[in-house]
Design a protein around this ligand. Structure first.
Ligand code: ATP
Length: 359
């Protein structure tokens, strides 16, 4: 656990970057700091590993006042990942990852073999190990940055905009893999971003800061979306927050109807209504308009593009499946992707209304 206890940073020029911050980052969870430019996110983060010393207040690591520990000992327990990865340009990837173990006196062979394991863990091909940072893409470099921070197996990780410098598709992949990795590792993570969508996706808890370095609200993402404390947080959390909050509400069992199907290779069925086409495992492939096809059902006849809802998924996914479906019937599948049935947007709205808590 990391706890900011009235932590304050006043820079020598008088700027108060962080003002009496009270915040707890629980053990094994991802706590995201988010807020507009200059609100003190980076300053707060760097006070944890004492790259910046607080002017007043205390930062606790479990039961220890971080100011009472030698800084090098503190930093051994804390991995640090920054934007652009901050890799050493003249060291190979494997040596970059093994940097801290080398410093701690781990033998070369052991440090390297652990570094290779970590590269694999963060989803990087071991073939990159002998390359230099400039020979990797931005996304690959960020993975190396994460592997390097994990190398000494620290219980705590500080991450400052680690995925901001890559394009949206790569960022999405890095975020997914980061969540998968955290599912295995359960580190105590403080993560800084200016991107509220990233905060909502990654945070177990999200702390919204205002310029001046004060805490506006800290809450799990669903609560932040559904119950922002004031207009600043509501504005920062942004548009569509009601719809986005559905992404945190699980559907339980969706009330589905039987959906008539046709199979690829079978004769095009009669009728005018769109028909769902499935493969031999009953996995939906797309919709068929019987009026515009003849002979056997062929892949090229299919209307695609609808998303699928998974039984036990979220209300947002269920509603999206309906709205994106060419037939307006949302397709529901099981964990293996096999058809369970369909439902309409009206039925999903009924579920939403049923779930609505009284204000
Ligand atoms: N060394 C410094 N001396 C004086 N003021 C500073 C210093 N470093 C940061 N500041 C100021 O402190 C405030 C908080 O800065 P900080 O970098 O922590 O914000 P941030 O929320 O991380 O911003 P961004 O999202 O733009 O990176 C800003 O007003 C900044 O100008």
């Amino acid at each position: 656990m990391i706890r900011f206890d009235r932590a304050t940073k006043r820079y020598p020029d008088g700027t108060v970057a962080v003002d009496e911050l009270e915040l707890e980052a629980p053990t094994g969870e991802i706590t995201v700091l988010v807020g507009p430019s200059g609100c003190g996110k980076t300053t707060s983060l760097r006070m944890v590993n004492r790259m910046i010393e607080p002017t007043s207040g205390t930062i606790w690591l479990d039961d220890t006042d971080t100011a009472s520990m030698p800084a090098h000992e503190l930093r051994r327990k804390i991995g640090y990942v920054i934007q652009h990865a901050g890799l050493f340009p003249h060291r190979t990837i494997v040596d970059n990852v093994a940097t801290v173990p080398y410093l701690l006196g781990t033998g070369k062979r052991e440090a390297r073999s652990r570094a290779m394991e970590l590269l694999e863990r963060v989803g990087l091909d071991p073939a990159f190990a002998k390359r230099y940072p400039a020979q990797l893409s931005g996304g690959q470099q960020q993975r190396v940055g994460v592997a390097r921070a994990l190398a000494a197996d620290p219980p705590v990780m500080l991450m400052d905009e680690p995925f901001s410098a890559v394009d949206p598709v790569v960022r999405d992949q890095l975020q997914d893999e980061f969540l998968r990795l955290q599912g295995e590792l359960g580190k105590t993570i403080v993560f800084v971003t200016h991107d509220i969508d990233e905060a909502i996706k990654l945070g177990d808890r999200v702390a919204v800061l205002r310029v001046g370095g004060t805490l506006a609200q800290v809450a799990p993402p669903a609560e932040l979306l559904s119950r922002p404390v004031d207009s600043f947080v509501a504005g920062f959390v942004g548009r569509d927050r009601g719809y986005r909050a559905l992404g945190f509400t699980e559907t339980g069992s969706l009330p589905t109807h039987d959906e008539p199907t046709a199979r690829l290779g079978e004769a095009v069925p009669e009728g005018r209504d769109l028909v769902l086409v499935v493969d031999g495992e009953r996995r939906p492939q797309g919709w068929l308009d019987p009026a515009s096809a003849s002979g056997a059902v062929d892949e090229s006849d299919l209307l695609r593009g609808g998303t699928l809802a998974t039984q036990g998924g979220t209300l947002r996914a269920a509603l999206d499946a309906c709205l994106s479906s060419p037939s307006r019937r949302g397709v529901v599948v099981d964990e293996q992707g096999r058809l369970l049935g369909s439902l309409t947007a009206r039925e999903v709205l009924d579920l939403i209304e049923r779930d609505e808590e009284p204000a």
